[in-house]
Design a protein around this ligand. Structure first.
Ligand code: Q9C
Ligand code: ZN
Length: 694
């Protein structure tokens, strides 16, 4: 090479790599399995060492953050709690305090890890901003982007990236960092980071995440593309919300090319902080997306074109050890200047991706005129992914272990079957129209855009995002078979859940579903699950047990089910009513929960795991959604109790009790009118199940 011959080899980039096993001290209190566990850091470190990457980097040790620096984004109460939670005085209350947060555990190592994680991101950011390093990777945990001002959340204790951004902006004027781009490519929305800079134009927050019409964690409406920042920060908050899982390299690249990079060019950041979760990686058990290591390498390469290549990556989520190790390794090589080959196996983005890109550009084009440019025409796209694989391979219920095998499997399933199972596909046009109209500005008064309150304060118009509207329109296009084994076997009784009202024997009325159209089909089947009657009374049927299906398969059992083909939206409405989640408000209107119990991602999980226990309603009687098989390529779903309740029935902790007269009569009517049994046989069938117990 000419450069080598003349003796002026371009200096290799100086890349910081922060790893410190003290951050492995945060773990579940009793060693319970958890996706966010210390092995994550060790797996990444082992891979980097084995590949000779670590030795090419400047390896740094973790450093605890000062409380004063954390205080720029968190309340004193929160800092104090995180500082003290690992101390002896919290030994007896630690678990209960964790339960008070959403998806959080603590142990004796949590405090130190949390301070080290935040301090480490400060440490590497400072070195990159000062030019001591060209770029850096901070392998930290606990992660940060879900942590809010005053609360831990979603496996995150302190918001590490937000703390570091504020440190650069507020504490280090000497480093001349005036504009920061935060790129959050973790599969989940960075709710905490968004809130911390929502009105701050110095920080451009960009998050691409699964949204699934509001049903993907953290399931808050503020992950939608309508949330663009407020006040001086308007236009400086960018959300790219996926409609479903399975998004991969092509989808992320399209978002980079048509949203993120043009905006980054215009914004011209002084440094880029990446909230680098790797849970959108192929093989991740939580994310359900499929970015390959080379995909990450390309996304990162494109970011290096800004801010003079000053990029800091801070680990967030990512739960498949092989996937995260390979992905971080690919990123480290990019920072070190290694070449890599990118040849996308599946180069087409989803149709939904294109629709999302258009929505986001439309929402932001007044702030970023570059987004008004024309998008390329006739881009080859692929249709929405399948949620149910009709010929699901038996046996492998666990998450895919061998990541190297995945790309083929993923693309062949999509391409081979999508044509045949049209029922499960979303109605693209319909979703698109409804989606764009669902960002509304609510004005407190029709004439004024701000309104004085009684206490003298002023309330600005709030942007709201009607979650219920979008999930309903999405789920109204997906059909399932709802399988009933109790009183709903009698069709007139089941129709109460759809049309509202009550029939003979019921002492209270049903609310009905939003969509009152009747089932598209009815069908009977037998299933190898035991029918039993338990609990001692219900508001609707009075004294006596009600029907449950043991979720365990037992081939000695044979129970009747009557299946109704309804939409997933209607199924959610049935679930809401069965679990008493619908209220009637003072004006007599019914109030349904505003997010679905079973969204598209839950459907995916049910179809591969055969059951889903709904944590959010864990104390309800019918909190377990069971996948009983398929008919016409559509899943058969029922709702029953969890296996833990079966055990409580067996032990006598929960009563077994025969059904009341009226309840029993309803079951018999169902079986007789459904032409499954004559009256006597039906009575025997019910009586048998009632006396046989478990
Ligand atoms: N149904 C990060 O990736 N899942 N956090 C809770 C409740 C929590 C993910 C599921 C996922 C948190 C940093
Ligand atoms: Zn995540």
């Amino acid at each position: 090479m000419a450069a080598a011959a003349s003796g002026s080899v371009p200096a290799a980039p100086r890349v910081g790599l922060l790893y410190d096993n003290r951050m492995c001290a945060h773990a579940t209190p009793d060693g319970e399995d958890h996706p966010e566990n210390p092995e994550r850091l060790r797996a990444i470190w082992r891979k980097l060492a084995a590949e000779g990457i670590a030795s090419r980097c400047q390896v740094l040790e973790a450093k605890e953050a000062n409380e004063s620096h954390i205080a720029s984004v968190h309340t004193q109460d929160h800092i104090k709690l995180m500082r003290d939670i690992s101390s002896k005085e919290y030994d007896s209350s630690r678990d209960d305090i964790a339960k008070g947060f959403n998806s959080i555990y603590f142990n004796e190592g949590s405090s130190e890890s949390a301070f080290l994680a935040a301090g480490s991101v400060i440490e590497v950011s400072e070195k990159v901003a000062a030019g001591e390093l060209n770029s850096a990777i901070a392998l930290v945990r606990p992660p940060g982007h879900h942590a809010e001002h005053d609360a831990a959340m979603g496996f995150c204790l302190f918001n590490n990236v937000a703390v570091a951004a504020n440190y650069l902006l507020n504490e280090r004027p000497d480093l001349c960092i005036k504009k920061i781009l935060i790129v959050d490519w973790d599969v989940h929305h960075g709710n905490g980071t968004q809130k911390m800079f929502y009105d701050d134009p110095r920080v451009l927050f960009f998050s691409v995440h699964r949204f699934d019409f509001g049903s993907f964690y953290p399931s808050q409406g503020d992950a939608s593309h309508c949330f663009i920042g407020e006040g001086a920060g308007q236009g400086y908050n960018i959300n790219v919300p996926w409609e479903h899982g399975k998004c991969g390299d092509a989808d992320y690249l399209a978002v980079w090319d048509h949203i993120l990079l043009p905006i980054a060019e215009a914004f011209d950041p002084d440094i880029i902080l990446v909230s680098a979760g790797f849970d959108a990686a192929l093989g991740d058990p939580l994310g359900g997306c499929c970015i390959t290591p080379n995909g990450y390498a390309l996304l990162l390469t494109k970011l290096l074109g800004f801010a003079n290549g000053r990029v800091v990556m801070a680990l967030e989520g990512g739960y498949n050890l092989k996937s995260i190790a390979n992905s971080v390794c690919a990123c480290a090589k990019v920072l070190l200047g290694d070449k890599f080959a990118f040849n996308a196996r599946e180069k087409r983005p989803f149709e939904s991706t294109w629709r999302v890109i258009k929505m986001v550009r439309d929402e932001l084009k007044t702030y970023w005129p570059v987004l008004s440019s024309k998008l390329p025409k006739n881009v080859p796209l692929r249709s929405a992914p399948l949620y149910i694989e009709p010929y699901a391979s038996s046996g492998s219920e666990s998450d895919v272990e061998d990541v190297d095998e995945l790309p083929d499997a993923v693309s062949s399933v999509d391409d081979g079957l999508s044509e045949r199972i049209t029922m499960l596909k979303l109605d693209q046009d319909n979703v698109a129209t409804k989606n764009t109209s669902s960002c509304t500005t609510v004005e407190q008064s029709p004439t004024d855009s701000v309104q004085a309150q009684n206490d003298g304060s002023v309330v600005a118009p709030t942007r709201i995002y009607d979650l219920s509207f979008t999930w309903r329109s999405a789920l109204s296009k997906v059909y399932v078979w709802y399988a009933s084994f109790g009183s709903n076997m009698w069709t007139p009784r089941f129709l109460c859940y759809i049309e509202g009202g009550k029939v003979d024997g019921m002492s209270i009325s049903c609310f009905g579903s939003h969509d009152t159209s009747p089932p598209r089909g009815t069908m009977w089947k037998n299933v190898p699950h035991r029918l039993f009657f338990g609990r001692s009374s219900t508001p609707c049927w009075g004294t006596g047990g009600v029907a449950f299906l043991n979720p365990e398969i037992n081939y000695n059992d044979k129970s009747y089910i009557c299946m109704y083909k309804i939409t997933l939206e209607q199924f959610n409405d049935v679930l809401f009513q069965e679990n008493r989640l619908v209220d009637s408000s003072e004006d007599g209107k019914s109030e349904f929960p505003d997010s679905p119990l079973i969204g598209l991602s839950e459907m995916e999980s049910i179809s591969s795991n055969k059951a889903l226990h709904l944590e959010s309603i864990k104390d309800s009687w019918y909190s377990n959604v069971l996948h009983l098989g398929e008919e016409d390529g559509l899943p058969i779903l029922t709702m029953t109790c969890p296996s833990t309740d079966v055990a409580r029935h067996k032990s006598g902790e929960l009563p077994l009790a025969p059904p009341s007269e009226t309840y029993s009569a309803t079951l018999i009517k169902g079986l007789v009118e459904g032409k499954q049994l004559d009256t006597k046989e039906a009575a025997n069938y019910i009586n048998d199940a009632a006396v046989r117990g478990l």
